[in-house]
Structures are given as C-alpha cells and as structure tokens.
Design a protein around this ligand. Structure first.
Ligand code: PLP
Length: 234
C-alpha cells in the first residue's frame, strides 16, 4: 500500500470520528487533496488512492497538473485569484474557493463558458494577512451577485488563524457555519450556499465537528516534497 493510501485511511477514520462526535453521521464530507507542494507523479498517486477532488492554489500549478493528468477528477482552485489570471483558469476548474470581490465576479462573468461553483471567502478572524470579506459583508456581497449568470454560490470558505489555541479555531469555524446558515436561509436561487470549505491538515477534525462539507488537506495526506527531501538529507 502506498503512503498516500495509508494517510487517506487514517484521515477518513478521523473524519468518521469527528462526524460521530457532532452527530453528523449522514453528512457527506469531501476530502480535497491539496497537491500544490507535490509533483504530477505524486498527484497521480493520490488519484490512484481514490481521491477525486484535487486542489491547487496557483494558476501555473493548476495548468501544469491539468495538462499532465487526464483523469475525470474535480479540480478546485483554492488560492487567491488575480483578476488578470481569471481567463487562464476559470474554464479548467469545477470549484473556486476564493471569490472575495466584485471585480473578480465581473471578470468571471465575462470569461466563464459555464456557470462556476464558487465559495465566497470570508475572513472570520479578521487577520489582516488573510483574504476574504468580513462576515457581516458576506450576505450583501452575495445578494449583489444575483444577476450574474456564471456564478453559483455553493458555500463559504475560510482559513483558520495560525494559532495553537483550539478554542479560537473552533470559534472561527462556528462563526462561518452561522454565516452560511443565515445566507442559505435566504433561499436565493443563485446562492444555495449549503457547503462549508474549512479545515486543513492541522484542524480538519475541528472543522468537521463544526460542519465542514469540504476539507482541504495537503501535508497530512500527500506530504510536501520539500519537507521529505529535508528528511532524506538528515
Ligand atoms: C495549502 C493550503 C491548504 C492545505 O494546507 P495543509 O496544511 O498542507 O493541509 C488548504 N487550503 C489552502 C487555501 C491552502 O493554501
């Protein structure tokens, strides 16, 4: 069995346990394998292990992988997207996790051939280094997308603050869940907003306990080839 398969089994078990803890046994939680730090070969290995959702955070990395890999998988763009790069990526992906401004929405509207499933990125923690709207701006931003025919708001995305304090991380995920529920309750045709993209290698279990439907896992799943190289040199 490959290393990725072993990691995947462990992560799936941890997700099952987190769902149980939160009485969410019936819910589907999708694992996005974040392959931004690994090679095409390693990405192919991840697909071989059964992963069907793959995430990249740079246009170059995404195009590189998509060009080399001809498999029926779902590609997620999880990084912040510069407006001028939209045309390069928008018709290659299934999901965009970083919709955070009107100018980006306008460029997508212009360039996309089919409607794009988008997560609106929310900066719940208010950290200045993070992209995303404030939680109290999210609803009005989403309402303003009503006439965009190429944007479907499937959910919200956030990144937890960089801290060891589990209660802070949990509180961020709880707030994103509340915000998502409030938007879903509006019943907007263009914004069903049923999904929550939150949780990475270090905090996906907490995210699942708080309602994540997509977790974005890189290091703990596919590794990070720089890190492994370092280990090799020791
Ligand atoms: C890199 C990245 C991840 C995965 O991070 P890991 O800690 O390696 O699991 C998830 N989400 C985003 C937006 C990322 O850039």
């Amino acid at each position: 069995m490959t290393k990725i398969s072993t990691n995947l089994i462990r992560i799936e078990e941890q997700i099952v346990a987190a769902k149980k803890q939160a009485h969410r046994e019936e819910d589907n939680v999708h694992i996005i394998a974040v392959t931004k730090e690994v090679s095409v070969e390693r990405t192919q290995e991840a697909i071989g292990a059964g992963l069907q959702h793959l995430g990249e955070n740079r246009p170059e990395g995404l195009i590189n992988k998509i060009t080399a890999i001809d498999e029926p998988v779902h590609w997620h763009f999880i990084g912040s997207l510069q407006t001028r790069k939209v045309k390069q990526v928008i018709n290659q992906i299934d999901y965009l996790h970083s919709l955070d401004r009107l100018s980006l929405a306008e460029e997508i509207e212009k360039r996309a051939i089919e409607p794009v499933k988008c997560f609106v990125q929310v900066n719940v923690s208010g950290e200045e280094t993070k992209h995303g709207l404030n939680a109290d701006e999210a609803l009005s931003f989403i309402e303003s997308l009503k006439d965009f025919t190429k944007i479907k708001v499937v959910g919200l995305m956030t990144m937890a603050p960089n801290t060891e304090d589990e209660s802070v991380i949990r509180s961020v995920f709880k707030q994103l869940k509340q915000c998502q529920q409030q938007i879903a309750d509006q019943g907007l045709a263009h914004a069903p907003c049923t999904e929550l993209s939150m949780g990475m290698s270090n905090d996906f279990q907490i995210a699942v306990e708080e309602g994540a439907t997509f977790v974005r896992v890189g290091t703990a799943l596919v590794g990070n080839e720089r890190g492994e190289q370092d280990e090799h040199e020791k």
